[in-house]
Structures are given as structure tokens and as C-alpha cells.
Design a protein around this ligand. Structure first.
Ligand code: DGL
Length: 283
């Protein structure tokens, strides 16, 4: 495997850029190929079968980019597809759920941990099961917040509508006196200030993106895959692909990254098909 090859990162839309931001902070020399499935977002309300199918198509696309590792920068895809797609490839594949659970377990003092995420992530109970493995006395309270993703995708990060929705969603978690809250969806860190204001200062907010980037660095070191080259033109290290019109991700990336991206490419993800015989459990 070429250690100077890029790392593939994918999400249903623009949310995974919060993970890209952390990877850039921690391993700035790595090249990244990002794919945001903006034509098929949201994943959170879809079935496992559908999300797994999407994830397999994205893996096929990333293979054409010759990536050396993949970060599933989407909690819903981690929950529904990480196990299968990791088994079906030789390169390391990292999800966001396990790193997030580890940080929350270290942060909580009273053992009451809230998890917010998409319907799929909350229904799967995967955060709760990782947390209980770490400490069986933890009380984990999950709350699906399906409207947060479209609000973020629409850019309503500081808006009274988002404030009102947050108040409704987080009411129950406040009553349960949690001291730690996992933002179990990669879109949510973009409305972090609203979530923080609503849930209160006494609650630690966990963004799994940071720990995911730490884990990526560890895996690359372990596999001897850390990039050796250094580019002076930082923007040239990153390639952005989407399945719908590229303008949105460009605007979005430019508002959260520390440099301007000049181009995002649109691809037809439906053209990427996978080998049905290798992926038997879905067919
Ligand atoms: N950003 C994704 C996640 O972390 C999913 C949002 C969605 O597509 O519903 O779960």
C-alpha cells in the first residue's frame, strides 16, 4: 500500500466535514478524498439495507481513488455498515461511534450519559452497548433529533427555529440530569452553541470527531501508512466529491475550514456497483 495515498472520508452530506476538520488539525500532511452523498441525504431515517447499499457504492468509488484507509464520518453509516464494509476490504476502516463512546465514558462523573443522533443511530443502541461494555453501571439515555440534519444542511446554524427545536428535543435529557451528552451525528457540532446553550453549562458535550482523528492517526502509524510527503499548497491536498450540485459543499467547506477550497466535483454514485458475490449477506 502506498503511504502517500489519500485517506477516504465519507458522510451522507456535509456533516462529515466536521471530521475532516479534526483530521486536518491532527495530521495536516495527510491527503483526503471526501465524498458527501448530498443527493441521498438524510441517511438517518432510512433502513439498514439501504444505508449499507449506499456505503458499499461509496467504497467502490473510494477504491477508484486508491485510498489507503477510510473514515466513515457518519454515525448512521457506522451503525449500519461499518462491520460489513470493513470485512469486505483489506484497508483499515474507522467509524465514529466507538471513539465517541470512549470519550464520553472518560468525561462522565455521575454515570448518566445522553446520546443524540438520527433515528437509525439511536434505534441501534450502539453507543449504549459500547458504553455499557466500558462500565455496566452507566445509564444511557438516547434521543433521536431528526430535524437537526435538515436545519444544518440548510445553513440555519444560528436561527430561532433551531433554538426552538433544540428546546423540544433536549427537554427530556435535561430532566434526566445527564452530565455528558454525545453529539452522535456528525452534523451536530455545527449547531454546538445552540445545543450547549439549551442543555446547560453543567453538561459536557462530546464531539466524537476529535477522538476519531486520533484513532486514524494511531492506525496509520501502526500500519506504517503515515504520509511522508509534504505539500506547500494545502488546498491541493484535499479533493471533495458530492452526488448533487457542488456549490453547497464548497460554500460549506469554506465556512468551516481554515483555507478556501476552489472546486468540488459532482459524480453519479449510482454508477458504482459492487461485487454481489463478495457481499453475500445483503443479497
Ligand atoms: N451525519 C450523519 C450521521 O452522523 C447522518 C445524517 C443523516 O444523513 O441523517 O449520522
Amino acid at each position: 500500500m502506498d503511504r502517500n495515498a489519500p485517506v477516504g472520508v465519507f458522510d451522507s452530506g456535509v456533516g462529515g466535514m466536521t471530521v475532516v476538520r479534526e483530521i486536518i488539525r491532527q495530521i495536516p500532511d495527510e491527503r483526503i478524498v471526501y465524498f458527501g452523498d448530498t443527493a441521498r441525504v438524510p441517511y438517518g431515517s432510512k433502513s439498514k439495507e439501504t444505508v449499507l447499499h449506499y456505503a458499499r457504492q461509496i467504497m467502490e468509488f473510494l477504491k477508484t481513488q486508491k485510498v489507503k484507509a477510510v473514515v466513515v464520518a457518519c454515525n448512521t453509516a457506522t451503525v449500519y455498515a461499518l462491520e460489513e464494509i470493513s470485512r469486505e476490504t483489506d484497508i483499515p476502516v474507522i467509524g465514529v461511534v466507538e471513539p465517541g463512546a470512549r470519550v464520553a465514558a472518560a468525561a462522565t462523573k455521575n454515570g448518566r450519559i445522553g446520546v443524540i443522533g438520527t433515528e437509525g443511530t439511536i434505534k441501534s443502541g450502539l453507543y449504549a452497548s459500547y458504553l455499557k461494555q466500558l462500565n455496566s453501571s452507566f445509564e444511557v439515555i438516547g434521543k433521536a433529533c431528526p430535524l437537526f440534519v435538515p436545519l444544518v444542511e440548510e445553513g440555519l446554524w444560528h436561527d430561532s427555529v433551531t433554538d426552538e427545536i433544540a428546546r423540544r428535543y433536549l427537554k427530556e435529557l435535561k430532566e434526566k440530569e445527564i452530565d455528558t451528552l454525545i453529539m452522535g451525528c456528525t452534523h451536530y457540532p455545527l449547531i454546538r452553541s445552540t445545543i450547549k446553550r439549551t442543555i446547560g453549562d453543567g453538561v459536557s458535550l462530546v464531539n466524537p470527531a476529535y477522538e476519531t482523528a486520533v484513532q486514524l492517526r494511531r492506525v496509520l502509524e501502526w500500519e506504517d501508512l503515515i504520509r511522508e510527503e509534504h505539500s506547500d499548497n494545502i488546498a491541493s491536498q484535499y479533493e471533495f466529491y458530492v452526488s448533487d450540485s457542488p456549490e453547497k459543499i464548497q460554500k460549506f467547506a469554506n465556512s468551516i475550514l481554515s483555507f478556501e477550497i476552489h472546486q468540488a466535483h459532482q459524480i453519479n454514485i449510482e454508477e458504482y456497483t459492487y461485487d454481489d458475490d463478495r457481499c453475500t449477506d445483503n443479497h
